[in-house]
Design a protein around this ligand. Structure first.
Ligand code: PGA
Length: 244
């Protein structure tokens, strides 16, 4: 793992943004894996600013998001589809037909999982996958106990994950109970991974990820140590429990 220690959220976002721009410039048809949540928002803002300054174009970029709630229409403000349009896609020159998120509202989730997995492979895998980490070590919505061999599948969300995401909803009970997520094996197939971690709340997870040698399905992110091209960007608060 390539570890990059940065000062704060802004620094982390800027680093990640530069890495994405570099990937877009290196590849003829870049395939990006994207994430939702608070962590990548600053990075998306930075990408929009770079686009507005004419520093990058997304014309030839395809994207695949990690996950989506089950039961929310893409137009629902709490859906990840809406989040991505709002935070990034509607502000840049990406071809909307090249934007992919699982659809948790088709009525046939199993088929949707198969189709989504197939579309990632058809795109010749993801060049750069952006990841955050959950307090319990989840990546995407792959909660503890998810097999490392998993492909895109339906998950029941952990109580802690629903609690953590309740801030985006009017009422805690409104947080969906299920989601569709890329599997851990799907994520591991990405050619490069960028894991972003910011804030004191994530300090325990960072310590477990970097200072515990055990690779276990109890802590899904631990598998990332086996990826041969991963960069972890950690700010001071997230790294505050590390020994050095
Ligand atoms: P966050 O979520 O970016 O909102 O902290 C990350 C995650 O749960 O994977």
């Amino acid at each position: 793992m390539n570890i990059v220690r940065v000062k704060d959220y802004q620094d982390m976002s800027r680093h990640a943004c530069q890495r994405i721009i570099a990937t877009i410039k290196e590849q003829a048809n870049p395939v990006l894996g994207l994430a939702t949540g608070s962590t990548p928002e600053g990075m998306y803002q930075c990408l929009i600013e770079a686009f507005n300054k004419g520093e990058v174009s997304f014309r030839d970029v395809s994207t695949f998001n990690l996950d989506e709630y089950v039961g929310l229409a893409p137009s629902d403000p709490n859906s990840y589809n809406y989040f991505m349009q709002d935070k990034l896609f509607s502000h840049i020159d990406i071809d909307q037909s090249q934007v992919h998120l699982p659809n948790g509202n088709t009525g046939d989730n199993q088929q949707e999982c198969k189709d989504y997995e197939a579309s990632v492979h058809q795109a010749n895998e993801i060049d750069l996958q952006v990841l955050g980490i959950g307090l319990n070590g989840h990546i995407g919505f792959n909660e503890p106990g998810t097999p490392f061999s998993s492909r895109t599948h339906v998950v029941e969300l952990d109580a802690s994950t629903r609690e953590a995401n309740a801030r985006f909803f009017e009422k805690k009970e409104d947080v969906p109970t299920h989601a569709i997520t890329m599997g851990i094996a799907t994520i591991m197939d990405s050619k490069e991974i960028l894991l972003l971690i910011s804030g004191e709340k994530k300090a325990e997870a960072v310590k477990r990820l970097l200072e515990n040698d055990e690779i276990s399905e109890d802590f899904p992110a631990s598998i990332l140590r086996k990826h041969d091209n991963i960069t972890v960007i950690i700010d001071e608060a997230a790294g505050s429990l590390l020994a050095d």
